[in-house]
Design a protein around this ligand. Structure first.
Ligand SMILES: NC(=O)c1ccc[n+]([C@@H]2O[C@H](COP(=O)([O-])OP(=O)(O)OC[C@H]3O[C@@H](n4cnc5c(N)ncnc54)[C@H](O)[C@@H]3O)[C@@H](O)[C@H]2O)c1
Length: 340
């Protein structure tokens, strides 16, 4: 199989490419990525000389370039996106351009190239938020109720993907995934930002509503779920990829500090982001019953291993945190520390 992975230089995409090359010896993978601030070819240094791997720099919104890249491709997996809620509040436009318009251009190219599968990566966040005490999980066919620019752009993209299925009979599948953790996550997301700040004895910024919680999945479990959907999933269907393991921001902070042996006083509270969704939880019954998927990595072990990975790879995250990141971080968090 020849696969084109968009956004393969980002966190989940790079882990997915590594997973795929390891588990599918006869397949070739093209990584198509425009290398935004979040795209980092260092994430794939260990596979860059693998003859089955190739990198092409390009924007998913550029029809000509992506169409050329798709010659001979069987399967497209679309990870490329603007992925950080906080940045979506600062600049919603780029989220719509990449996540909605970019996905449509990619679908048009895939249709023209007659690929045999287009798998789209979506998120639990399209379904809106749950109350902290609500006894309900999101099901695949629940109505989308996105509340932030990032969530709205991802929900819109899902509609476009399904429109290509219904109207043009494109062979699409889709997955809604919970919060991923693992190595190579850009240190603006909660686990790497807490970990890398703590390693530098800097304050770790918790949103004031620190009992808000998220459902957590190891990135390798996500990769395995996508593998099963690509091989055995039903065309035109979406699958929830969730573990039912929920942790509050406060619990994540405590886990990071205890793993690294750092003091509680590093915890500092900042105002909630605008529309700080309280909670999401996916019902994973469909993928479990239809495809036999179960998460394999337990949260406590996986998260500790992840935290220690950042401890042991300071060059990687120090490079990520240099330059423009520092300005963004200072403007967004540092100014707010101590204001609540
Ligand atoms: N991180 C999570 O917990 C999570 C959970 C559920 C779903 N998702 C989805 O998974 C996907 C990957 O998330 P991530 O956390 O790895 O994101 P990321 O921000 O780490 O990586 C995104 C990648 O996309 C690339 N990219 C951005 N715009 C592009 C464009 N126009 N053309 C080509 N490449 C472009 C970036 O350079 C980067 O390499 C996203 O679609 C995201 O919405 C993420």
């Amino acid at each position: 199989m020849k696969m084109l992975v968009t956004g393969g230089a980002g966190f989940i995409g790079s882990n997915f490419i590594r997973y795929w090359l390891l588990n599918h010896a006869d397949d070739a993978v093209m990584n198509y990525d425009t290398l935004t601030y979040a795209g980092n070819l260092e994430n794939l240094r260990d596979v860059e000389h693998d003859p089955r791997y190739r990198f092409v720099k390009g924007d998913i919104g550029d029809f000509q370039t992506v169409r050329e890249a798709m010659d001979g491709i069987d399967v497209v997996v679309n990870f490329a996106a603007e992925s950080h809620n906080d940045r979506g509040i600062l600049d919603p436009g780029i989220f719509v351009r990449t996540n909605v318009l970019g996905t449509q251009v990619l679908l048009a190219a895939a249709k023209d190239a007659k690929v045999s599968r287009f798998h789209h990566i979506s998120t639990c966040e399209v379904f809106g938020e749950l109350e902290l005490n609500e006894d309900r999980m999101f099901k695949e066919d629940d109505a989308y109720q996105p509340k932030t620019p990032y969530n709205a752009s991802k929900a819109s993209a899902n509609h476009v993907v399904m429109a290509y299925f219904h109207t043009f009979k494109m062979p699409v599948t889709m997955s809604h995934c919970a919060n991923n953790y693992g190595p190579y996550q850009f240190p603006e997301k909660v686990i790497p930002v807490f970990t890398t700040n703590a390693l530098e004895d800097k304050p770790i910024p918790l949103f004031k509503s620190s009992l808000h919680r998220r459902e957590w999945i190891h990135v390798d479990d996500h990769a395995r779920a996508i593998d099963l959907i690509i091989h055995n999933g039903k065309i035109g269907e979406a699958y929830n990829v969730g573990t039912r393991v929920e942790k509050s921001v406060e619990e994540i902070a405590d886990l990071v500090l205890s793993t690294l042996g750092k003091p509680q006083r590093l915890k500092m509270y900042v105002p909630d982001r605008l529309q700080h969704d309280k909670r999401y939880l996916l019902d994973p019954t469909k993928i479990r019953e239809e495809l036999g998927w179960e998460p394999r990595v337990g949260f406590e072990d996986g998260a500790r291993e992840t935290i220690l990975w950042y401890r042991d790879n300071p060059t990687w995250w120090k490079n990520c945190k240099s330059g423009a990141y520092q300005t963004y971080y200072d403007n967004y968090y540092n100014k707010q520390i101590g204001t609540v």
